[in-house]
Design a protein around this ligand. Structure first.
Ligand SMILES: Nc1ncnc2c1ncn2[C@@H]1O[C@H](COP(=O)(O)OP(=O)(O)O)[C@@H](O)[C@H]1O
Ligand SMILES: Cc1ncc(C[n+]2csc(CCOP(=O)(O)OP(=O)(O)O)c2C)c(N)n1
Ligand SMILES: [Mg+2]
Length: 329
């Protein structure tokens, strides 16, 4: 299949949604009627870094879903409405055209489920599979959005769902843990693999948290041990998180026992979960959606202007932990 045949086939897979998209795939550029405030994020996923297409159990559809989900998660983390997505694909030699169509079909399924239009993109050859997704979200006014800088002393810190599942799923998929040897049931293996391969962007939840009075919001891609530190610095407050209070993905304990690591430390550092991290004053916390688990507190910065994260163990002692970090340079 040549580049132009592929683009024609992609166009047949895709559907424009809503009445704002004036021109889309097939012209030199997309044309979209704007709402007052635009929210834009860019994310790329690279074979060998963010996923491994060579692993049994990983499909091209999983790669497409994950890339779209991670990109939309950044819009969820701003409490924005999803609008358009622009997709770049670098395709390695030997990747069948059907696999590319499966990848894009999974992106389109998630786009449909979230009211997003895939309005354009670019296709090239590349050394490995790389998927880039630019998402554009919208709001009617700036005050409808939330950033990382809205945490205030006295707030509670919450997270929208279980942590550590995606990292445990990857350990099962890449063979670091043999479920048969450790008596891990097939249903647990499937659920953890799904947490890694099919994360859900929390778009509706992001908006619900803002409406319920959340002050700061972000998504957890690198692990709370890193991401909550970004929130602390952006808000110039100290944040304390208790490892003992982290909600753990079901089955995480057995996988972590097999890996020989502490389950709560893994949940704080493995990343890829794409849940939302939020802060809210205690009076707002009671009205928050039931999926929120409270994991910590916001304090005035001990060094004014210089916010820090402290992760404490069950014994109350601080733990030096770090989430995922790309080795660059
Ligand atoms: N190459 C780049 N050029 C400009 N800004 C960048 C670049 N890479 C990252 N950023 C910015 O740095 C911030 C943090 O990036 P990142 O860790 O990728 O965010 P997230 O985890 O929310 O996806 C974002 O505001 C992003 O736009
Ligand atoms: C094959 C493979 N190895 C390791 C990981 C773990 N991992 C890779 S990138 C990443 C963090 C999230 O990716 P990043 O590019 O930092 O996204 P962003 O924070 O920019 O949204 C994690 C946890 C993975 N997903 N797949
Ligand atoms: Mg990152």
């Amino acid at each position: 299949m040549g580049e132009h045949e592929l683009i024609t086939a992609l166009q047949e897979l895709l559907t424009p949604r809503g009445d704002r998209v004036v021109r889309w795939v097939g012209d030199d550029a997309a044309v979209v009627r704007a709402r007052p405030v635009q929210v834009v994020s860019v994310d790329q996923m690279v074979d060998g870094v963010h996923f491994r297409l060579d692993l049994p159990g990983v499909t091209a559809g999983d790669v497409g879903h994950r890339a779209m989900a991670a990109a939309l998660s950044d819009l969820a983390a701003m409490a924005a409405d999803a609008g358009e997505a622009y997709v770049t694909l670098a395709l390695p030699e030997g990747l069948p055209g059907e696999a590319v169509l499966e990848l894009v079909a999974a992106m389109e399924a998630l786009a449909a489920a979230t009211g997003t239009t895939i309005a354009g993109g670019d296709v090239t050859r590349g050394p490995v599979l790389m998927v880039g997704v630019t998402v554009v979200g919208w709001a009617d006014e700036e005050s409808a959005l939330l950033g990382r800088d809205g945490a205030r002393p006295g707030d509670l810190v919450g997270v929208t769902g279980p942590l550590g599942g995606a990292g445990a799923g990857l350990a099962l998929l890449d063979g670091r843990v043999d479920p048969a040897a450790h008596g891990i049931p097939a249903a647990t293996v499937a659920a953890l693999a799904r947490a890694h391969l099919r994360p859900e962007p929390r778009l509706a939840l992001g908006r619900a948290l803002r409406a319920a009075g959340a002050g700061a919001l972000m998504d957890v891609s690198d692990g709370v041990a890193t991401d909550a530190g970004h929130l602390a610095r952006a808000s110039a407050v100290d944040v304390e998180i208790a490892l003992a209070d982290l909600p753990l993905a079901p089955g995480l304990d057995t996988v972590c026992a097999a890996l020989g690591v502490d389950a709560a430390e893994h949940a704080a550092t493995a990343g890829d979960d794409y849940e939302l991290l939020l802060t809210a004053p205690p009076r707002a916390a009671a009205a928050m959606p039931a999926t929120v688990t409270w994991i910590g507190r916001v304090h005035p910065a001990a060094t004014p202007g210089d916010g820090r994260l402290r992760v404490v163990g069950p014994d109350g002692a601080p733990r030096a932990l770090a989430g995922y970090r790309h080795a660059v340079g």
